[in-house]
Design a protein around this ligand. Sequence first.
Ligand SMILES: Cc1cc2nc3c(=O)[nH]c(=O)nc-3n(C[C@H](O)[C@H](O)[C@H](O)COP(=O)(O)OP(=O)(O)OC[C@H]3O[C@@H](n4cnc5c(N)ncnc54)[C@H](O)[C@@H]3O)c2cc1C
Ligand SMILES: NC(=O)c1ccc[n+]([C@@H]2O[C@H](COP(=O)([O-])OP(=O)(O)OC[C@H]3O[C@@H](n4cnc5c(N)ncnc54)[C@H](OP(=O)(O)O)[C@@H]3O)[C@@H](O)[C@H]2O)c1
Length: 470
Amino acid sequence: MSVEVESPLRGSVERPLRVAIVGAGPSGFYAAASLVGRRDLRVEVTLLDRLPTPYGLVRGGVAPDHGKIKRVERVYARTAGHERVRYLGNVHVGQDLPVGELHTRFDAVIYATGAEHGKAMGIPGEDLEGVHSAAEFVFWYNGHPDYTDRVYALDEADRAVVVGNGNVAVDVARVLCRSTAELAETDMPAHALARLERSTLSEVLMLGRRGPAQAAFTPKEARELGQLVGVDVVVDPEEMVRDPATAAWLASGADVREAQKNLTVLDDLAARSRDDTARSLRMAFRVSPIAFEGQDGRLTHVVLRRNVLRFRDGRVRPEATEETWRLPTQFAFTAIGYRSSPIPGVPFRDDWGVIPNQGGRVWDRDRDEPVDGLYVVGWAKRGPSGLIGTNKADSIATVNHLIEDLAGKSGAALEGGDLADVVRAHGGRPVSWGEWERLDAEEQRRGREAGKPREKLVDVGEMLAFLDAP
Ligand SMILES: Cc1cc2nc3c(=O)[nH]c(=O)nc-3n(C[C@H](O)[C@H](O)[C@H](O)COP(=O)(O)OP(=O)(O)OC[C@H]3O[C@@H](n4cnc5c(N)ncnc54)[C@H](O)[C@@H]3O)c2cc1C
Ligand SMILES: NC(=O)c1ccc[n+]([C@@H]2O[C@H](COP(=O)([O-])OP(=O)(O)OC[C@H]3O[C@@H](n4cnc5c(N)ncnc54)[C@H](OP(=O)(O)O)[C@@H]3O)[C@@H](O)[C@H]2O)c1
């Protein structure tokens, strides 16, 4: 007579639910906190990142002069310190470690890999030297190891255009305009400071394809532009006249509270008198670049087209006119949004640039069903929008689905062994949380010497050499 032995249920003390989270940015940390915070379940989390350093865009995206926002890292550090959370940095999943190694060792894998690449405009001349994705420029001035070798020859330029009217465009325009004396007090790394110090830019021009009322930036960030020292923010009062489409939209009953606040800020800026001695930050609206032109492979002009706005189906859209003109410029930074890149072995929706999902359950679109054990959070889930805090509720929503699917049910036996050993077997060198804390302390020590919050280590080889030094 055979006796059936019931296997313990997933999420019990005898059989903890084992979850790998790929990506240690905000959404990954919020998912981890939500999982180990469950009082009714025992969950063990392994949090991986392709960089030795954690925090995703909080470290590599948030502007250096917005140091207060980076304090959220303390909340994430508390999560990392939880006894059932383990951090393994310097593990590029899908590249250094095949995804299959995770899928056999964990009950679930949550992808929290963000959206690292700037969207392309798809217009002629985008490959000219001098035309850059804002995404890469931001990573460069924030010391992301993949981008520190970029050269932005700002010492040979008098104008830069920034395409887009979102908060990233505002960040880039502000960093290009701000004095390096101010930036030197931030955590901006030395290589970027040195370049910006030599900048000869006299004008930064932000281009919005729609009007001031449709700008995607937030009022707080717009207000900050007006407070920049030594920067003349120029908005042509004529740009602020409400066109018929905008007037119809404002009166339509749509939620226009943020737009109204932006209009108040921009009306104030437009009413200011000019200060011609300063570096100027000019904001132009209803204008689209249609080509970049150059000489000897270098950008010399941007060709611009005037748009008119039309109000249709509750939305204000830009419509091309025949009016075009050429504007000399040596730099163009395109800040028109981000896209995720595919991870080998994980479904990807190329047209939307996200991991296909329903409520965070990764979705097999051919079979129209969820993929067992795969989940997604943050920008990789919903696309590149939302503030840091937006990711919290979004991660909790995915975690709730994961718990609903897996907890309290028996599951297949998982492969054992230490994941760090598996990473090493693939030739990798994982970085533990304790090692990150040593890097963090070293950055802060170097920062104190330089009179700034931290001097970032920007080279992975240098980080590992520091950690491995006797
Ligand atoms: C330039 C910029 C500035 C911003 N400033 C602000 C701000 O001031 N305030 C605010 O509230 N919001 C700001 N945001 C928005 C905020 O940063 C995002 O909402 C948030 O970072 C998204 O979190 P995420 O975890 O989805 O992605 P990310 O923060 O991008 O984290 C993704 C992580 O995954 C890792 N990763 C990627 N692929 C792999 C892989 N294959 N294997 C292992 N790891 C991988 C990455 O290294 C990264 O650490 C800013 C965004 C940008 C682009
Ligand atoms: N300080 C902060 O809090 C901060 C800083 C940075 C980023 N963030 C957040 O991070 C998220 C991403 O920011 P983001 O600036 O990358 O994106 P975003 O807010 O979506 O803005 C993108 C901008 O690009 C424009 N655009 C898109 N395609 C274009 C094209 N082909 N030609 C010209 N313009 C085009 C959009 O115009 P349309 O509106 O006409 O499409 C919009 O103005 C946002 O949620 C943002 O708030 C926050």
